[in-house]
Design a protein around this ligand. Structure first.
Ligand SMILES: *Cc1c(COP(=O)(O)O)cnc(C)c1O
Length: 294
């Protein structure tokens, strides 16, 4: 997979930010956004083991209209010459012009297959999945779940934790499906803690991360917890306060701030530091899991 050659380990950069420094806390940025120009951030870590397992078969996966995972999968398909099918939530999108994210997927050669929300919700159920594969004309496809989170992906993300061994006391990451956190926590060393900031409203995530760790490692691994206070109303909700925060952070530290995940993570960390949640002397590493689109 020469076209997918990564920059690993990704850089770890300390930044000077008085909102942390005044509490005696150090802030480091784990620049997973620099792993690969097109397979960005945690998507490289999660997808590459699955693309290897696909062994040249069509890759079929799932996502919403703005899914970073669908874009990463379609880019990988183009780079590797693999056929890709994206099953997209929302059949009402089928007759309309594609939004920029789905247009990028289509330009990369991904075949888009729109399904109604009820069908989408049942996609993990084997019978419903078989029906979706049939209607998509992709019965032989290698199936990657929504967000790319399966046991192979979680094992791939364990390396992220291993790269951070001994480098920080707390490692924080934004969570969609939680696959990245599940692997990251398993890779950290003794005394290190992982903190997940969910960007979706819901509260099921703890259970799902437990299940992913069970599937990947046979049980709970690492010291991890979630802080559910920073989703800003749900997925893809970016109210003005968050937008302002993200612009300011990007300007201060000359780092691009992806809005749907990374901005919520960084906002949460600033809030936690302000609350005195980290003892003086704590080093906090924030994983920069992505880059703004386009
Ligand atoms: C996909 C994505 C995540 C979420 O990863 P999960 O493993 O699903 O929790 C976080 N940040 C960015 C930028 C992403 O694109």
């Amino acid at each position: 997979m020469t076209d997918l050659r990564p920059r690993l380990p990704s850089p770890l950069q300390e930044v000077a930010d008085d909102r942390f420094a005044r509490h005696g806390v150090r802030l480091l940025l784990k620049r997973d956004d620099l792993i690969h120009p097109e397979l960005i951030g945690n998507k490289w870590r999660k997808l590459v083991p699955n693309l290897t397992a696909a062994a040249g078969r069509t890759v079929l996966t799932f996502g919403g209209a703005w899914s970073n995972h669908l874009r990463a999968t379609s880019a990988a398909g183009r780079l590797l010459g693999l056929r890709t099918v994206g099953v997209v939530r929302g059949d009402e999108l089928a007759g309309r012009p594609l939004n920029p994210s789905l247009a990028r997927c289509a330009a990369d050669g991904m075949r888009l297959h729109f399904v109604d929300r009820a069908t989408y919700r049942r996609k993990a159920d084997p019978e419903s999945l078989a029906a979706v594969l049939r209607t998509a004309g992709a019965e032989d496809a290698y199936v990657v779940p929504e967000g790319g989170s399966n046991a192979l992906a979680v094992a791939g993300c364990r390396v992220l934790g291993e790269e951070l061994r001994g480098r920080a006391d707390v490692v924080a990451v934004a969570c969609g499906t939680g696959g990245t956190l599940a692997g990251l926590a398993a890779g950290l060393g003794p005394g290190q803690r992982a903190l997940g900031v969910p960007v979706l409203k819901g509260g099921f995530l703890e259970e799902e991360i437990r299940a992913l760790q069970q599937e990947a490692f046979g049980g709970r691994r690492g010291d991890w917890r979630l802080d559910d206070r920073f989703h800003f109303g749900g997925y893809a909700r970016v109210p003005p306060e968050l937008e302002t925060f993200a612009e300011d952070f990007a300007g201060r530290h000359a780092v691009p701030v992806e809005r749907l995940y990374v901005a919520k993570l960084l906002y949460g960390l600033v809030a936690l530091a302000g609350e005195g949640a980290f003892p003086r002397g704590t080093a906090v590493a924030a994983v920069v899991t992505g880059r703004p689109f386009p």
